[in-house]
Design a binder for this molecule. Structure first.
Ligand code: SF4
Ligand code: SF4
Length: 341
């Protein structure tokens, strides 16, 4: 793996050069929020921020997406599924928790048996440049409790770490190495920088103050689907869906057909297990009748079913659901309470 040193004041120019040839998505300030957006001409990405409000998964798995178009004709139906048209892109400034969410989403969307061509096409055309969290994290960050780290490169193609006057630039994958030309002839990192990196990584891990027993609760969940505990956690929940829509690992969607005259589209939109309609069946039966069953599903999906299916917890500890839940429902507290059952 190539490790180079980049003078900090050169980074903005490199991103600008990349954006002349491909799409660049990056964190920018929008009113009071930091949001991942397509970088428009003349705008520079934010380099000094904790994390964005929206999760960058949206560039691989958009909120709404047309899967197919169709036209009814006298002879039947003409379908145009079409290839997924995707441009080369760079996702710049992704925090390690969010980059890790891509590795978790890959497990679902690119299985041996089931492949999602829409997600895969974007993933294959996009280079992820991650920025290690070396500055104080949010009090709600808990990446180290779910197998992550503030300086991890998992899910990224290139990892940048602020080591003082320079960024330590790690070209992790061959896709990342393809961008070497934009970085120019950078000096190689030596032993001194490796030592510095280790020190900074250790310090960053210590800065994460929120620790939860996320890895201990799977056996408890295995045996407590009907536990009275589930009656207690959901009462405040407004079913607004904020937690799932901001979550970098949530991936539920709904597929519907929208027709006008003879033409129609098949479209998929994000959906949320927090919504009453999510499991409403055509017959009128709804197997998840209250918020109790919906909240249990959210916890089970992240901390049991994903572990059963893919061997990983489907939470990267970004803390967005904790920060933005309007009634302060805190998944960390729920995990702690489950560990005590
Ligand atoms: S953000 Fe809070 S109130 Fe809204 S659905 Fe999630 S847990 Fe319920
Ligand atoms: S469950 Fe909450 S903390 Fe975990 S990845 Fe989703 S939004 Fe982040």
């Amino acid at each position: 793996m190539e490790k180079r040193l980049l003078k900090k004041d050169k980074l903005a120019g490199i991103i600008k050069n990349i954006s002349r040839e491909m799409l660049v998505y990056a964190p920018v300030k929008e009113e009071d929020n930091v949001l991942f957006m397509a970088l428009k001409e003349g705008r520079e990405p934010l380099l000094d921020f904790s994390n964005s409000r929206n999760a960058p998964k949206t560039f691989f798995f958009p909120r709404t997406e047309i899967m197919m178009k169709y036209t009814r004709t006298g002879k039947g139906m003409e379908l145009s599924t079409g290839e997924v048209e995707v441009r080369e892109a760079v996702l710049f400034g992704v925090r390690p928790c969010d980059a890790r969410s891509f590795a978790l989403l890959d497990m679902l969307f690119e299985q041996d048996k089931y492949k999602d061509p829409y997600y895969i096409a974007r993933r294959e055309k996009t280079t992820v440049i991650s920025m290690a969290c070396v500055h104080p994290p949010y009090s709600t960050c808990f990446c180290t409790s779910v197998d992550g780290s503030p300086t991890s490169g998992e899910g990224a193609d290139i990892l940048l770490m602020d080591i003082g006057d320079n960024y330590l630039v790690e070209f992790i994958t061959s896709r990342g190495e393809k961008l070497l030309k934009y970085f120019g002839d950078l000096p190689k990192a030596g032993e001194a920088e490796e030592t510095l990196k280790k020190e900074i990584a250790e310090r960053a891990e210590k800065e994460i103050k929120s620790h939860i027993p996320a890895k201990d609760i799977k056996p408890i969940l295995d045996n407590n689907f009907e536990h009275p505990f589930w009656e207690t956690i959901h009462r405040k929940c407004l079913a607004c869906g904020t937690c799932t829509y901001l979550c970098p690992t949530c991936h539920c969607f709904d597929i519907s057909d929208e027709a006008k005259g003879s033409d129609g589209i098949r479209i998929r939109n994000w959906d949320s297990c927090m919504y009453p309609l999510f499991t409403l069946e055509t017959s009128g039966h709804n197997p998840r009748t209250t918020q109790k069953e919906r909240w249990r599903q959210r916890v089970m999906h992240k901390f049991k079913y994903y572990v059963d299916n893919f061997g990983a917890i489907s939470c990267v500890g970004c803390g967005r659901c904790v920060m933005y839940c309007p009634v302060n429902l805190d998944i960390r507290k729920i995990v702690e309470d489950i560990a005590k059952l």
